[in-house]
Design a binder for this molecule. Structure first.
Ligand code: PPS
Length: 295
């Protein structure tokens, strides 16, 4: 890919009230002509919730567990990111043109911005949700290293922005709830990062069933092994180190950072935690979604 010059921390741009990375906001116009196919599978998440992990699992499933085939290209090429756009890089939409069926697609878009064709075609959705505190911490470090975001400021001010939904892709609270509700009218497999940490084999079995495939037990065990945090951190096709460092600066914080549940405890102060919990109860009131923030 060509060197990138002008990505340095542009302000977020609002589309239908949703704050987005400037370039991603620009990608939404062209994306209106995107046509979903009924055999597409969409991986949907709020950022930093396990997208790359479930993407690698699904590609391995599609390749019958063949590790070599999953080395054919970086994860962002094998699983095109619908709204991706950066100077000097092909857009997610452009990458899709070279992607044969059956396709795996990635998005972080809230429903208000999701291309309608995905709903019209009843495209199966694998949604992964992660507890808000670990997402906030992971997102903060991602803002620091991915300079297409505005400067995150201090952890304290970033946490305020996160709670207010004033971060890229807007409100975590709204995102996890609206995709949860969507499962009443649309084929959605709703997974939790914490469940994947606890028992990846069980969660992979759920994915297999949902996408209508089966694999021998030994292959499923190989997939568990190959998609462990450490393996994916060492794998150039999943660790995002193939992107230019002006886009992702791993010397500030690695994309594959810690991969654990409960890291928030090393970052939140007692006061931040109390404030977060009180606000969380307000925003999630009446919703029957339950997250675990420790295992
Ligand atoms: S992105 O940029 O939104 O697509 O990021 P996403 O892939 O959703 O989330 C990145 C976080 O997921 C962790 N990760 C993993 N955890 C456990 N096991 C595996 N295999 C794995 N792969 C990625 C990654 O380390 C980020 O979390 P943090 O907490 O920052 O480490």
């Amino acid at each position: 890919m060509e060197p990138v010059q002008d990505t340095y921390r542009p302000p977020l741009e609002y589309v239908k009230g949703v704050p987005l990375i400037k370039y991603f906001a620009e990608a939404l116009g062209p994306l209106e002509s995107f046509q979903a196919w009924p055999d597409d599978v969409l991986i949907s998440t709020y950022p930093k919730s396990g997208t790359t992990w479930v993407s690698e699992i699904l590609d391995l499933i599609y390749q019958g567990g063949d590790l070599q085939k999953c080395q054919r290209a970086p994860i962002y090429v094998r699983v095109p990111f619908l709204e991706f756009k950066m100077p000097g890089c092909p857009t997610g939409f452009e990458l899709l043109e070279d992607t044969p069926a059956p396709r795996l697609l990635k998005t972080h878009l809230p429903l208000a911005l999701l291309p309608q064709t995905l709903l019209d075609q009843k495209v199966k959705v694998v949604y992964v949700a992660r507890n808000a505190k670990d997402v906030a911490v992971s997102f903060y470090h991602f803002y620091r290293m991915a300079k297409v975001h505005p400067d995150p400021g201090t952890w304290d001010s970033f946490l305020e922005d996160f709670m207010a939904g004033e971060v890229s892709y807007g409100s975590w609270y709204q995102h996890v709830q609206e995709w949860w509700e969507l499962r009443h009218t649309h084929p959605v497999l709703y997974l939790f990062y914490e469940d994947m940490k606890e028992n990846p084999k069980r969660e992979i079995q759920k994915i297999l069933e949902f996408v209508g495939r089966s694999l021998p037990e030994e292959t499923v065990e190989d997939i568990v092994q190959h998609t462990s945090f450490q393996e994916m951190k060492n794998n150039a096709m999943t660790n995002y180190r193939t992107l230019p460092s002006d886009l992702l600066d791993h010397s500030i914080s690695a994309f594959m950072r810690k991969g654990i549940t409960g890291d928030w405890k090393s970052t939140f102060t007692v006061a931040q935690n109390e404030r977060f919990e009180a606000y969380y109860a307000e925003k999630m009131a009446g919703c029957n979604l339950h997250f675990r923030s420790e295992l």
